[in-house]
Design a protein around this ligand. Structure first.
Ligand code: ARG
Length: 276
């Protein structure tokens, strides 16, 4: 059976840089990006994804060095797009560019209230199987945004609290895979959230990854069918995923790691199906 081809949104790294510090990965990296290498790495990810899916582009904008991380544009499902409200002023200039892109293409665009930080698909991930949204708070998004998200998407929202600064977005430490499996790094969550995950996801469907893999952003995976595209992963990770029928494609994204992001952060899935 032919599976549907996914669609992802990316933003070319024309103006990508580390020009401020809003997460621990950025420390020591201000103005340390090798631009030629960043462009080459971004292009390799783009090429890998074009083989697996359709990739659409948003025009990069000067003065928005983190706009490459389209996962943070907002949260999308079906035709509904909820625009992010960035916690830090450094990224707030991206909001209208993303809102315009979706508005111009006929999506139903909703804005978050001004005082309610919510960083889109960086902090909110739909279950591949069901009508459930995993949402993180603690660093960037606030728990108070939950009600707005529930209303906007008419979905159950499961809040998870992040506690480790290095894993400041949900997509840095948690990934819902097609086929109903999950990869995650448990110590990034508080004890109650770890329990929530254990209660909601059967043990056979959960893969807890090592700190080494977590720090290489192996959870920050772009999943299309049975393929996972990541920056880097250990042999153990590749074997664990292989045992569940997944292929792991590694494509180095070291320049983007200096800004605290990798494969999944550089994409936003545009074909998230609306519930029947
Ligand atoms: N420098 C960006 C920030 O701190 C990186 C964003 C990474 N995106 C993600 N979805 N994890 O906001």
């Amino acid at each position: 059976m032919q599976r549907t081809r996914h669609v992802f949104l990316m933003c070319p790294p024309e103006f990508f840089d580390v020009s401020y510090i809003i997460n621990p990965w950025m420390h020591g990296n201000v103005r340390k990006i090798d631009n030629a290498l960043a462009k080459k790495q971004w292009r390799s990810l783009y090429d890998v994804l074009c083989d697996l899916a359709t990739v659409r582009l948003v025009l990069p904008q000067p003065g928005t060095p983190d706009m490459v991380f389209t996962a943070n544009a907002g949260l999308l499902r079906g035709n509904t797009f909820l625009v992010s409200r960035f916690r830090y002023p450094e990224r707030q200039a991206e909001e209208p560019y993303f809102a315009d892109w979706f508005m111009d293409r006929g999506f139903d665009v909703t804005l978050m209230p001004r005082d309610m930080p919510f960083e889109g698909a960086g902090d909110a991930l739909f279950d591949r199987g069901g009508n459930r949204l995993w949402m993180a708070y603690g660093h960037r998004s606030v728990l108070a945004s939950k009600a707005k998200i529930e209303k906007c998407f008419d979905t159950e929202v499961v809040p998870l609290k992040l506690t480790d600064q290095r894993f400041y977005h949900l997509d840095t430490c948690f990934c819902a895979l097609e086929g109903g499996n999950f990869i995650y790094y448990p110590p990034a969550f508080d004890a109650a959230s770890q329990k929530t995950i254990e209660k909601r996801i059967p043990a056979a469907k959960r893969i807890a990854i090592s700190e080494e893999d977590a720090l290489a952003f192996a959870c920050n995976a772009v999943n299309a069918g049975k393929t996972l595209v990541v920056n880097r992963a250990s042999a153990a990770f590749v074997a664990d995923l292989g045992a569940k029928g997944y292929d792991v494609v590694q494509t180095p994204l070291t320049e983007f790691m200096k800004a605290g992001g990798s494969a999944k952060c550089l994409t936003l899935r545009l074909d998230e199906p609306a519930p029947a």
